[in-house]
Design a protein around this ligand. Structure first.
Ligand SMILES: [Zn+2]
Length: 386
């Protein structure tokens, strides 16, 4: 197959070198074909735009190649390698040029603009979110766009402060930890599920409205407080709790646009390599669980496109300014060059693309798939997925 993606200055572009290495690892281990801009997907023939659904999963707080796609890391991501990637279009060079903080980077992914809001303040994104474009352009109700977010600091992510979109036009945000703490009144048995932030333990905004939350649990998720507490005792991490809530939402509400942000991997900030690896393995398994749920739920099966991508990476061992896997402080190539996996309805399977795209291309791409224009986004739709 002819390869026509960006040919210039490859040898002196470290981001491309990294992408090409990923491509070669994946072609060897997962048997992918090298794609080109001529390798289009086939949305037009797949599902009518009004029936299409999109699920976005952010891959948990950044993981490096040596612990994931490199030969020595592949044992940590068996579900991605064996189940998901062979059924996916995989992009090896997604560059994030924004601020490497989890909230602001996730907000940038959700707006298609590199946001500059304070990562540790309870502020809405400045540019319109994918949820606002989706709901306003397609006249969808609030029940059709949901975010499952990992920490209280994400409570404003569903809706921007942009003046073109009024209050109440964004996604509904569900914070599983907040729900659980409301249901258990901070009971010590649940502390391992309630840890809110791995970077700045002192930042955890107080949220109001426990009474309203518990009503949400029963009315929207159809879960009694007792059942929720009992089930939570069987879970081992905050992201498992998020998956549990996301599945309830998929069954009971079936939103057409669902955004799930994972965060367990970010435990790496604590400095324990084994916990970081455990986080990657769990995220790998939970991504596979999301994919299985999409396939088994009648509201999603056959009409859903799944996007999995990290918000950004983590520092390399080589950079003297950092401390390796522990943080994402240096802004080096490894921490800025991420990847994206796209699977499901309308997506060509088993191809890998190594041309550069940006984190901000996600929202325009979702817009092109679902039939709305992300008019303020900086990125462009990924043509290989159209
Ligand atoms: Zn972090």
């Amino acid at each position: 197959m002819r390869e026509i993606s960006s040919r210039t200055h490859r040898s002196d572009n470290p981001s491309y070198t990294l992408a090409r290495t990923r491509r070669d690892f994946l072609r060897t281990a997962a048997g992918l074909t090298l794609g080109s801009a001529l390798c289009r997907s086939s949305w037009a023939n797949a599902v009518a735009p009004s029936k299409r659904k999109v699920v976005v999963v952010t891959f948990g707080g950044g993981a490096r190649d040596q612990e994931t796609f490199a030969p020595e890391g592949q044992e940590n991501v068996p579900h991605l390698m064996r189940e998901l990637i062979p059924q996916s279009a995989f992009f090896t060079q997604v560059v994030n040029r924004g601020i490497l903080g989890h909230y602001v980077a996730t907000a940038s992914l959700a707006t298609g603009v590199y946001e500059t809001i304070n990562n540790f303040a309870s502020l809405p994104p400045q540019s319109p979110t994918v949820f606002e474009y989706f709901r306003k352009n397609l006249k969808r109700p609030s029940s059709d766009a949901w975010v499952v977010a990992p920490s209280n600091g994400f409570n404003r992510i569903g809706e921007s402060s942009h003046r073109s979109f009024g209050p109440g036009t964004g996604a509904r945000v569900i914070l599983p930890k907040h729900l659980l703490s409301a249901a258990t009144s901070g009971n010590a048995d649940y502390q391992h599920l309630l840890r809110d932030n791995y970077e700045t333990p002192y930042y955890s905004p107080e949220l109001e409205g426990n009474e309203f939350l518990l009503q949400q649990l029963e009315n929207i998720l159809k879960l009694s407080v007792d059942d929720f507490k009992t089930h939570a005792q069987t879970l081992s991490s905050p992201d498992e709790l998020s998956l549990y809530i996301a599945r309830q939402l998929m069954r009971q509400v079936a939103p057409s646009l669902l955004w799930i942000t994972m965060h367990d991997i970010d435990v790496a900030h604590a400095g324990a390599y084994s916990l970081y690896i455990e986080g990657i393995r769990r995220t790998d398994r939970l991504c596979s669980e999301v994919w299985k749920t999409i396939q088994s739920e009648p509201e999603y099966s056959g009409k859903t496109t799944l996007f999995i991508l990290p918000d950004f990476g983590r520092d390399s061992d080589e950079d003297a300014g950092g401390n390796g896997f522990q943080h994402h402080r240096t802004g080096d190539v490894l921490s800025r060059t991420t990847w994206m996996l796209v699977a499901g309805a309308g997506i060509r399977e088993g191809v890998v693309f190594d041309r550069a795209m940006e984190s901000t291309d996600l929202v325009p791409t979702i817009g092109a798939m679902l039939g709305f224009s992300a008019s303020f986004a900086q990125g462009k739709p990924v043509q290989e997925l159209m």
